[in-house]
Structure formats: structure tokens, C-alpha cells
Write a protein that binds this ligand. Structure first.
Ligand SMILES: [Zn+2]
Length: 235
């Protein structure tokens, strides 16, 4: 078949589905996360190597692996043209990685900023919440956004109860970075939930804005973790 501009179109069903999906998707979908992945990879390695104790190095490794999975899988999932079967598998991982990054961020924050009993409490809370959330997203992939987005928000904002400790041990800069990171993630979740603002559906839609905000939020938390980890030796 010939289109108006004289090009011949491939009309096999597979090509039709692939081109329809590609046409619907903003051109930058996935490229932000794929683009920052090398930085996130390097940043994680630097953090693990500079951690002053075995405990902090392990906590940084948990944080690093969660960030590699988050940005790596998202980059692969959002940039590729996957068959419906692979798409469902990658989508599951993409969504469960959000719970992993929440608990993964709590891990070095708890280990470096809280006393032992408080750290155990927050880690138990964060990882139980994350594992429940992962189970929920694995088995109910088609759950509506208003069901699962509040789960991310609730688990993330459980940190509020520990803010006085973060301030006391980490100082103002660390506490502000943790709060700003949380606000940026939450703003992203809100935009993802509402599907707006959708600035440029062709190039940079609401989903890309959400991805950009996750990068900004992660950067804040990465700096907070780096400061806290380096400070452990001083304390
Ligand atoms: Zn996404």
C-alpha cells in the first residue's frame, strides 16, 4: 500500500503493532533512564568503595543494586519494542523496582543516621512494606494507578517519623536533601497518577517528566547518602 507521500508501508501484523506502539510513544521515552544508567553504575561503585566500614559498604551495595535495577530495567523496558509477553515481564520488574529503591534508599540512611534499635525498626518496616508491595504488583499487574501509587507514597513518607533523628545525626543539609528527594519522587508519582501535565506527547510527555523527576530525586538522596556515609568515620 502506498501512503500520500509515496512511501510503501509494511502491513504485516507484527510491523503494524510495532509501528503503532512506536507512534504512540514519545520519542524520548526511556532514554533519560538509559542515559543516566552509566552514571548511576559508576556512582554506586564509588559509594561502595569509599564506605568506611563493612556495614556501611553493605548498606551502600543494597542502595547501589536497587538503583542499577531501577534505571537499568527502566531504560531497557521503555526504549525497546518488546513482544507482549516480554513487555509484561519487564513491566512487572519496572514497577516492583520502585519498592526496591524505596527500601534500598532507607537501608544506608538507617544504617548511617539512626541508632541500632531505630535502624532495625525502620529497616524492618521498609523491607516488609517493600516485599508486600512487590508481591502485590507481581500478582496484580493491572491494578489501577490509584491503588498502587499511594502504596509507594505511604512507604516513602514513613521516613517522616525519623526526620528529627536525620537532622540530629546527619545535619541540616542531609535532612533537607532527604525531604527534597522525597518531594520530587512524590511529585513524579502524582504526575504519573494524573497523566498530566503532558507537555509534548510526541517528544516529552507526562511519563518522561516523571522519569526526569525520579533522576532529580535519586540525585538528592544519593548526595544525602554519600555525605552520611563519609561522616560515619568522623562520628
Ligand atoms: Zn516509566
Amino acid at each position: 500500500m502506498t501512503e500520500g507521500d509515496g512511501r510503501v508501508t509494511d502491513l504485516t501484523p507484527g510491523a503494524a503493532v510495532a509501528s503503532a506502539t512506536a507512534a504512540l510513544r514519545p520519542k524520548l521515552r526511556g532514554w533519560l533512564h538509559a542515559g543516566v544508567f552509566p552514571l548511576v553504575l559508576a556512582g554506586g561503585i564509588v559509594l561502595i568503595c569509599l564506605a568506611p566500614t563493612t556495614g556501611t559498604a553493605l548498606a551502600c551495595a543494597v542502595f547501589a543494586v536497587a538503583s542499577w535495577l531501577l534505571f537499568g530495567v527502566s531504560g531497557i523496558y521503555h526504549t525497546g519494542n518488546w513482544s507482549p509477553k516480554w513487555k509484561a515481564v519487564l513491566r512487572r520488574f519496572d514497577h516492583t523496582n520502585i519498592f526496591l529503591i524505596i527500601a534500598g534508599t532507607y537501608t544506608p540512611v538507617s544504617v548511617t543516621l539512626l541508632d541500632r534499635s531505630e535502624a532495625h525498626l525502620l529497616l524492618a518496616l521498609a523491607w516488609t512494606g517493600a516485599l508486600l508491595g512487590i508481591g502485590f504488583r507481581m500478582f496484580w499487574l493491572t491494578a489501577p494507578r490509584w491503588v498502587y501509587v499511594p502504596c509507594y507514597i505511604a512507604l516513602g513518607w514513613a521516613a517522616l517519623f525519623f526526620l528529627p533523628e536525620f537532622l540530629h545525626t546527619g545535619g541540616v543539609a542531609v535532612m533537607v536533601l532527604i525531604i527534597v528527594g522525597g518531594l520530587l519522587y512524590s511529585l513524579g508519582a502524582l504526575i504519573y497518577g494524573l497523566k498530566k501535565p503532558d507537555f509534548s506527547p510526541r517528544w516529552f510527555g507526562f511519563h518522561e517528566l516523571f522519569h526526569a523527576l525520579t533522576i532529580a530525586a535519586f540525585s538528592c538522596h544519593y548526595i544525602a547518602v554519600a555525605i552520611s556515609v563519609m561522616d560515619v568515620r568522623r562520628r
